[in-house]
Ligand binder design. Structure first.
Ligand code: PSV
Ligand code: MN
Ligand code: MN
Length: 424
């Protein structure tokens, strides 16, 4: 479904006076406001195909209705989000959930919706119907060569499918690890995994990247073979220049200093991209910015500083993706909130007075350093983000328009109340 352009225009018109008041007030305080708006307009966040349906819990799933029944409908949902916020111009596919029987057609649907394809994800953490070997004891780390080969072949197939739709990156997340001490020889598991990743790496086209995603725990609870950024960095540096570390915000041990991890990976040219989400306990996959917005801002602060130091393009040189989905919200509303939280943190990071911060650091002026950061973090930048959206052709308040247009009701009418999108 699409929202008629005149509805977006009417919505914007109704909110315009209030928006302009807020924007004028804010922009008076900011240098180079137009440059910042351009940076916000250019910044796009990839939407995970698996978050378009209601997320499950370990104990059950409560679908809300109107979920996409096909890859085409998933792309249409992302197209709708993008129409509303103009910042969701990409979809990240997960294979085999999103295998396209007719990639040329899928590409055309994406183009109609103004959507490109972000990193494609492989899946060796579940057994698929008809699969010869089981991943119960891991995939690339497995003691049996035949299981490893099956996982390698799957990843190469994912690259092939990615090429067919025009993606240019592969994300490999392995659930490999062990549940009990003694179950696994750590060094051998690492070496076997490296060997497998090397074969997959060799199948990457020249312009492709490989993202090696780490995760501290779950589903294995004693060890994970790519368990932290150090292990991911070891793999990605041994693999070569096309391999990078991917940071999923929910994949750390409690209280990890993620902003420091990000700063060092960027410094080493090995940060590939993000899976944004938020968490209180573990890999909770909660809406971005819903639990620890200051942490998100601090991460963006390092990203802006580190990318500028390396002369990187904020919009295109890293993979910006969401990996969040929940079971008590309308998934599309949840994603609108996540994208908004990302844009707000990015905008706040762009406001940081870097000269002043550096000077404070040089002087060991801890108080001023904190003031500089919190000055930016405590600025209400919502009118700035809305101005970028308006300039790009989106809605001043995407969530309000989504509700006013009764989008979910319409999707339920079109697709039915009992649909269930593929995914976890
Ligand atoms: C694993 O927890 C993960 O974060 C990986 O990115 C997967 O590909 C994704 O979730 C979906 O299961
Ligand atoms: Mn992830
Ligand atoms: Mn995860």
């Amino acid at each position: 479904m699409r929202i008629a352009q005149h509805k977006i225009d009417d919505h914007n018109q109704a909110l315009m006076a209030a928006h302009q008041r807020a924007f004028q007030y804010l922009s008076g305080e900011i240098d180079h406001v137009q440059d910042i708006i351009q940076q916000l307009v250019a910044f796009q966040v990839g939407i995970p195909s698996w978050a378009l349906g209601t997320g499950g819990t370990r104990f059950g799933r409560f679908p809300g209705g109107g979920e996409p029944r096909s890859l085409e409908e998933k792309i249409e949902d992302v197209g709708l989000l993008h129409q509303l916020n103009q910042s969701s111009g990409a979809i990240s596919l997960h294979i085999p959930w999103d295998t396209a029987n007719n990639p040329a057609h899928i590409k055309a649907v994406a183009a109609q919706n103004g959507i490109r394809f972000d990193a494609v994800n492989s899946n060796t953490f579940q057994d698929q119907p008809g699969q010869t070997h089981s991943y119960k004891f891991g995939s690339l780390q497995h003691v049996d060569k035949a299981v490893r080969q099956q996982a390698i072949d799957h990843n190469i197939e994912v690259i092939r499918q990615g090429i067919a739709v025009g993606s240019d990156a592969l994300t490999v997340w392995l659930s490999d690890g062990s549940c009990f001490p003694g179950q696994l020889n750590f060094r051998q598991a690492f070496q076997r995994t490296l060997e497998g990743l090397r074969e997959i790496y060799a199948a990457l086209p020249d312009n492709w990247k490989m993202f090696v995603e780490y995760k501290a725990a779950e589903p294995n609870f004693y060890s994970t073979t790519v368990g932290d950024w150090g292990q991911s960095y070891l793999f990605s540096s041994k693999l070569g220049p096309k391999a990078y570390t991917l940071v999923d915000l929910g994949h750390h041990l409690p209280n990890a200093n993620i902003e420091q991890i990000v700063a060092l990976l960027l410094m080493e040219g090995k940060l590939g991209g993000f899976h944004f989400n938020d968490s209180k306990y573990g890999d909770d996959d909660l809406t971005v910015g819903s639990i620890k917005p200051y942490q998100l801002f601090l991460i963006f602060n390092e990203l802006v500083e580190g990318m500028d130091a390396r002369d990187m393009n904020h919009a295109t040189d890293l993979g910006w993706m969401i990996d969040a989905s929940h079971n008590v919200k309308d998934p599309l509303e949840d994603l609108l909130q996540s994208v908004e939280a990302i844009m707000i943190s990015y905008a706040q990071a762009l406001l940081v007075n870097r000269k002043k911060l550096l000077a404070a650091q040089e002087q060991n002026d801890v108080v001023t350093a904190q003031e500089v950061l919190q000055q930016a973090f405590r600025t209400d930048v919502r009118a700035l983000v809305a101005a970028a959206r308006l300039q790009a052709g989106g809605a001043l308040n995407p969530l309000a328009l989504y509700r006013a247009e009764k989008v979910r009701e319409e999707l339920i009418r079109e697709r039915g109340a009992k649909t269930m999108a593929t995914g976890l």
